[in-house]
Design a protein around this ligand. Structure first.
Ligand code: GCB
Length: 578
């Protein structure tokens, strides 16, 4: 799906602002900022912990000058599902909280008039949503388990109250978390555009349009000079002496493909680069690439998971400060603005679906595969033209070792589908959790292996010498696979300002010692092509005995101040060469 654009042929009206909001149909309307998660905007546990439906309302005036145009409402993301009403009448629905959807409102919004727009959100998570949540599970109340303890009775009460536990370790922020726009295009319009660049300067393109027009495509260089031109809805353009898109510290050179399609026009920026796995190496433009950068979350004070360009830009400048070159969109596709920013800043992205929390053995029996395939289709469809995206991640830490064959039968078709869907055929991975890796068939079957490991933290806690012993033993096993391997998560919760000369768990000294111990093992092994500390910044989670005001594994605090480990990585990654 194309990102909204205002240009000579198209108009975009941003509907961001203060809307009205309520958590139940009989509650009074309150002010709410859009886009942002609603959870932290009001000092009320009912907002923070809300489970179920909620309603947003605003008024939209469609300018009279848009008469005769095709009009769509474009929602970049509403978590986790949405029903859209115009003047009280349902105009569309969408399932899933991290990808955009459009609703054609040409016949519902009259140019020159004002309409009421209502968005009904549902933030419940269960075994049929991505990410996964625990829905009412009354198995512990079954007749063969008559001895209900006080705790079990308490759990039953929680279910009656509608507590909805995430099966994942980040706060279930929800609402209209990304921009909403009214977009106008001519009636004959460009629906989609696909670009496949090659290092020799060839760019294969195809234009999907409505209206039977013939497309004309021009490629402009970074100065706006036309360097190639073609007619037809598909073909190959040639850019002479191409400048390549190189990840930081190289130059992330961007071209623009300018498409004219009858009355419509669209400018798509893109980069010329190639990505490939060869033996144990990961190559960008034929050169070995070493992933070094922390994983992220979309998470910041007040906004929750709300899209904010200021937060994104600050984070990417901090990535430069760290000399980092990548991140994974753990654990869901991020807002489109972030990918555009990384295209221009040369930061590489591993793009992940929201398939997280699939650790229960039974999930392979759930009817999730079709929906998961749809999410993968929508994510690749949205992000395929971004040069910064170099790997697709099918999901995070599913259970793949307890029923290895069932797991493989679930994930392998998705792996094949990702390859079929991606016109640039990027490498595909699935991020593996600490498990019985020798039994697992799925993670080793990926193009590039991503593994999350917490030796010395969740296990062998505090004993970094033994953690190294265990990690080395495991890496000996992965070495035999002859594939590139990335340590895609490793880290230790650290309370900023907590120090100790001996450096025990939770101190800033321990966090540094933990990373030193792991990195010493990674540095010994050429098949390790990446280190991705968990996490860039502290982030909000649901409450629990293992979380002190959220997950504290950040190199930075939640308000983006560096801990000692950030300084450690900044030094390690300066002029980084493995
Ligand atoms: C993991 C998960 C991540 C958690 C992290 C942790 O393996 O992938 O979502 O936040 O561990 O800190 O426990």
């Amino acid at each position: 799906m194309l990102y909204p654009q205002s240009n000579a042929a198209r108009t975009v009206m941003d509907l961001s602002g203060v809307w009205s909001f309520r958590l139940s149909e009989d509650a009074p309307w309150k002010s709410i900022a859009v886009p942002a998660s609603f959870n932290d905007q009001c000092p009320d546990p009912a907002f923070r912990n809300h489970v179920g439906l909620s309603w947003y309302k605003t008024r939209v005036t469609c300018p009279a000058v848009l008469a005769g145009q095709r009009l769509v409402l474009r929602f970049d993301a509403v978590a986790h599902s949405a029903r859209i009403l115009i003047n009280g009448r349902e105009a569309g629905r969408h399932r899933g909280g991290f990808l955009p959807f459009e609703i054609d409102v040409t016949s519902l919004l009259s140019p020159g008039e004002t309409a009421e727009l209502t968005v009904e959100c549902d933030n419940r998570i269960n075994h049929a949503t991505l990410p996964i949540g625990s829905e009412s599970d009354s198995s512990f109340l079954s007749s063969d388990n008559p001895g209900i303890t006080a705790v079990e009775a308490g759990k039953r009460r929680q279910q009656e109250k509608g507590v909805n536990r995430p099966a994942f370790d980040f706060f279930n922020y929800t609402g209209i978390q990304r921009p909403v726009r009214l977009c106008a295009t001519p009636a004959h319009y460009i629906r989609d555009l696909t670009l496949v660049p090659f290092l020799n300067g060839d760019v294969r393109y195809s234009v999907d349009g409505e209206g039977g027009e013939t497309a004309a495509v021009e490629i402009l260089d970074a100065h706006g000079q036309t360097v190639a031109r073609a007619e037809g809805n598909e073909g190959v353009l040639h850019v002479p002496s191409p400048h390549l898109w190189e990840p930081w510290p190289g130059t992330p050179y961007l071209y623009t493909a300018r498409v004219t399609y009858g009355p419509d026009r669209y400018d798509q920026s893109f980069g010329i680069r190639e990505v490939k796995v060869e033996g144990t190496r990961f190559l960008i433009n034929g050169k070995p690439f070493y992933f070094h950068g922390p994983c992220k979350h979309e998470d910041s004070p007040f906004r929750g998971r709300g899209m904010d360009n200021c937060v994104n830009v600050t984070d990417i400048h901090l990535f430069h400060w760290l000399h980092a070159n990548c991140f994974r969109t753990s654990h869901y596709p991020y807002a489109e603005e972030m990918y555009a920013l990384c295209d221009r800043e040369g930061i590489v992205i591993v793009d992940e679906t929201p398939a997280v929390g699939m650790w229960a053995d039974e999930h392979y029996g759930w009817d999730l595969a079709d929906y998961h395939a749809q999410v993968l289709r929508d994510m690749i469809g949205r992000d395929k033209n971004h040069p910064c995206v170099v790997v697709w991640s099918l999901g995070n830490e599913p259970n793949t070792d307890v029923y290895p064959d069932k797991a493989y039968d679930y994930w392998h078709p998705l792996y094949q589908l990702a390859h079929r869907l991606d016109p640039q055929n990027r490498p595909v991975t699935l991020v593996g959790c600490q498990n019985e890796y020798e039994k697992d068939r799925t993670i080793p079957s990926m193009d590039i292996v991503f593994i999350n490991r917490y030796y010395g933290w969740y296990n062998l806690s505090g004993d970094l010498e033994t953690a190294q012993y265990a990690l080395r033993m495991e890496l000996d096993w992965w070495e035999k696979l002859n594939k590139p391997v990335v340590l895609s998560e490793y880290g230790a919760d650290t309370i900023a300002g907590l120090h100790g000369a001996v450096g025990e768990m939770f101190t800033e000294e321990f966090q540094v010692a933990f990373y030193r111990a792991f990195n010493a093992c990674l540095d010994e092994r050429p098949f390790i092509v990446g280190e991705m500390p968990w996490n860039f910044a502290d982030f909000s989670t649901c409450q629990g005995p293992m979380r002190v005001g959220g997950n504290r594994k950040g190199l930075f605090t939640r308000d983006r101040q560096p801990k000692m480990a950030a300084h450690y990585f900044r030094e390690r990654w300066d002029n980084w060469k493995k």
